[in-house]
Design a protein. Structure first.
Length: 296
């Protein structure tokens, strides 16, 4: 499937002219059309993964905001419920299996999708690490870029692929696809070790806390205190819409080529993504992951 031949969906949108981004004139139908255009790029990030969802029933200006990891009344049947194998008696989580599921999310006013760094094929073997660089208000954007590129280089020096993307907020993510071989505890330890060494070398600029004048570094967002798993990960994926004013999308950036944008207008993003087979992180995920971690 290519952007020139977008997928069709069996899901019927009710009130397709409902405005989700009123200032930009973006309707429910327009969001579905955008996702059809970028589906080949985003599918590896969202299919068969546990999802956390931001639902805004009345669009981005909605007074009702629901951050949901479990089913709700009237949920579209193409959005699947799935039990966590290690929490069989707990509330079921959510996933989608195909483009119909994605349009089901659009129908339900899901304006942000936050996938876990693991697939439901093997819940205990993560296939992605996301490290977040979140700058304070007085941190220069050039300093965030420099920190992200240095972290990327350190991960590559360990034999891993690493890519920089906008976070959907004001910072950057460094994303490392993994061959799904190691368990959560090992991945957590590796990410913590790699990031801490980076923080130590930039002690005056990066902190693990929200220190004034520094960029905050975090890894494997929202770890469960009981289990080292990425519960409800808060990292937006390449081409994922951002549920705030502007109808922007997160995305991979080539900041070594002078990229300075912190986000991208979604329609612009759809027009510039190129060949889905060559999108770097998605390419790794499609072929079963990247290199294994090493502890050096």
């Amino acid at each position: 499937m290519s952007p020139r031949h977008p997928p069709a969906s069996d899901v019927s949108l009710t009130h397709p002219d409902r405005l989700y981004w009123p200032d930009e004139g973006v309707t429910k139908q327009a969001l579905a059309d955008y996702y059809a255009a970028v589906w080949p790029f985003m599918a590896p990030y969202v299919v068969n993964r546990p999802l956390a969802l931001l639902r805004l029933p009345d669009g981005i200006k909605s007074h009702q905001r629901f951050f949901q990891k479990h089913a709700w009344k009237g949920m579209n049947p193409h959005i699947e419920e799935i039990a966590d194998p290690q929490d069989a008696d707990g509330e079921k989580l959510l996933r989608i299996a195909d483009f119909n599921g994605l349009v089901g999310l659009v129908q339900s006013a899901v304006l942000e999708i936050h996938p876990w760094g693991v697939t439901t094929d093997d819940w205990e073997k993560p296939d992605m690490i996301t490290m977040d660089l979140d700058p304070g208000e007085d941190v220069a954007w050039s300093a965030v870029i420099s920190a992200a590129l240095e972290l990327k280089a350190r991960l590559e020096a360990r034999g891993l692929a690493a890519f920089v993307k906008t976070s959907g907020g004001k910072g950057l993510h460094v994303v490392t696809p993994l061959a799904p071989k190691a368990g959560w505890a090992d991945v957590k330890d590796f990410a913590h070790s790699a990031g801490r060494k980076h923080v130590g070398r930039r002690a005056g600029q990066i902190s693990g806390n929200r220190d004034k004048g520094k960029t905050r570094w975090t890894y494997l967002h929202r770890l469960s205190p009981q289990r080292p798993r990425q519960h409800g990960g808060r990292g937006l994926f390449d081409a994922g819409a951002i549920g705030r004013a502007g109808f922007d999308a997160a995305g991979l950036v080539r900041i070594e080529r002078g990229e300075r944008s912190r986000s991208f207008h979604a329609r612009q993003r759809a027009a510039t993504l190129g060949d889905p087979a060559e999108r770097p992180v998605g390419k790794f995920l499609r072929c079963g992951g990247a290199a294994r971690m090493n502890s050096s």
